[in-house]
Design a protein around this ligand. Structure first.
Ligand code: BES
Ligand code: MN
Ligand code: ZN
Length: 435
């Protein structure tokens, strides 16, 4: 940081090393930009001008860089103080970022900034919902937030109560919420930006607001992190927010099965057999494999929208963290075209996914002696068998599943939600809208 340089109007100038120009890849650029923006926030700078437009980034346009800077500025300034009795003082945060460019700014440039901003704000919304404690962010809270989001952003919102789910025969979803004092909600949000005849993309987000494991109780270490088990749902909120802010000419539906997974005298037992909305019976051998149970009924419910594609987003398996760590989201789809759309979107937004198989060869691991299917498939390929379970409920449309167990939040000292995969989902929808 340099102070009061002669001949320079700015009081402070921060120099950022970005490596060799022309050899800068998207990863390096993001790292340098985020590092710089964080440093500005830490230094209490509220107004900054960035001179980065002459940087050449491998395979990326100037527009891409602008959108990234907008998103990263919001990411860098993000704080979560909602539960602190006093906001940390002094409350200084980056309020304005200006991008200097040699030419005059074009319409295209401002559109990039606007979409980058919409994505950044969508990420912040997802992070806020994830970071809230589970005694605040329960199924009823998510339902209330959906109604609020709907009012502000012109979404049609409808919330189903447990009695509605019972009428629809959602025995799998209801089996998970049985052990909780908090009633489950099925939240349906509709964004109509496209022609009425255009078939919607349906996003289904796992909304387990706390996962104790149920009767198959988890061990105590880091159990607090299971408040993040609704990050799939949070990403649906964030994406719908961004899509409506960008006014994308598309129809998008968000479906959120929201519930707690708790153990009590009413809770589902290992060995219980339940009937899903699809009619398939399920032997629940482990009550901690609850995500697939709530998603399967939501996936069946999704059929009524006659979707062009259904994407579910879920913190589904610890095994996905073993397979891919905290870098890539797990992507599962029998549909090559849909899979590559999502991989490309993740690559562009730099919120990446890696594909794993959903081959029928794995289905035999889900065999049950007492029902049509078991809800666990043993230790080998745990993320794949979870996806294979879901595949049995997603046969009537094009479908993909994103396992975000490793990417939705960060553990340890910097514990907090990441807002992933909001950027990937937004980019996917932007591409579908021809943006
Ligand atoms: N929400 C968890 C998955 C999870 C665990 C995500 C840790 C991130 C960190 C999910 O409901 C779960 O408990 N899955 C079980 C499945 C198993 C019982 C087949 C798991 O991964 O252990
Ligand atoms: Mn679980
Ligand atoms: Zn879970």
């Amino acid at each position: 940081m340099l102070f009061e340089l002669s001949g320079v109007a700015a009081a402070r100038v921060l120099l950022m090393g970005a490596g060799r120009n022309g050899k800068l890849d998207p990863q390096d650029f993001r790292k340098a930009a985020l590092g710089t923006l964080r440093k500005l926030c830490d230094a209490g700078v509220s107004d900054a001008t960035l001179f980065v437009s002459e940087l050449q980034i491998t395979d990326r346009s100037a527009q891409w860089m602008m959108a990234q800077v907008a998103t990263l500025s919001i990411e860098a300034a993000y704080r979560f103080d909602a539960m602190k009795s006093e906001a940390p003082s002094p409350v200084k945060t980056l309020k304005r970022v200006t991008l200097a460019s040699a030419g005059k700014s074009s319409q295209k440039a401002s559109a990039s900034l606007e979409s980058g901003r919409a994505i950044g704000e969508g990420v912040s919304l997802a992070r806020d919902l994830g970071n809230l404690p589970p005694n605040v962010c329960n199924p009823a809270y998510l339902a209330k937030k959906a109604i609020e989001l709907g009012k502000r952003n012109r979404l049609r919102v409808n919330v189903l109560a447990e009695k509605d789910m019972a009428k629809l025969g959602m025995g799998a979803l209801l089996a998970v919420s049985r052990g909780s004092r908090q009633p489950a909600k099925l939240i349906c949000m509709e964004y109509r930006g496209g022609k009425p005849s255009q078939k919607p993309v349906v996003l289904v987000g796992k909304g387990v607001t706390f996962d104790t494991g149920g009767i198959s109780l988890k061990s105590p270490a880091e159990m607090d992190e299971m408040k993040y088990d609704m990050c799939g749902a949070a990403s649906v909120f964030g994406t719908l927010y961004a899509v409506s802010r960008m006014k994308l000419p598309l129809n998008v539906v968000g479906l959120i099965p929201a519930t707690e997974n708790m153990p009590d005298g009413e809770a589902t037992r290992p060995g219980d057999v339940v009937t899903s909305m699809s009619g398939q019976t399920i032997e629940i051998l482990n009550t901690d494999a609850e995500g697939r149970l709530i998603l399967c009924d939501a996936l069946t419910y999704a059929e009524r929208y006659e979707p062009s594609a259904v994407i579910d987003i879920a913190t589904l398996t610890g095994a996905c963290i073993i397979a891919l760590g905290k870098v890539a989201t797990g992507l599962f789809s029998p549909d090559d075209k849909l899979a590559s759309e999502l991989i490309d979107a993740g690559q562009t937004a730099w919120d990446r996914a890696w594909r794993l198989p959903v081959w029928d060869d794995y289905q035999e691991q889900l065999r049950s002696n007492f029902a049509d299917i078991a809800n666990i498939g043993g230790r080998p390929a745990g993320s794949v068998t979870a996806a294979c379970f879901l595949a049995r409920f997603a046969k009537n449309y094009r479908w993909a599943h994103l396992d975000i167990a490793g990417t939705a939040w960060i553990s340890g000292k910097k514990k907090g939600s990441t807002g992933r995969p909001v950027p990937m989902l937004c980019q996917f929808l932007m591409a579908r809208a021809g943006w």
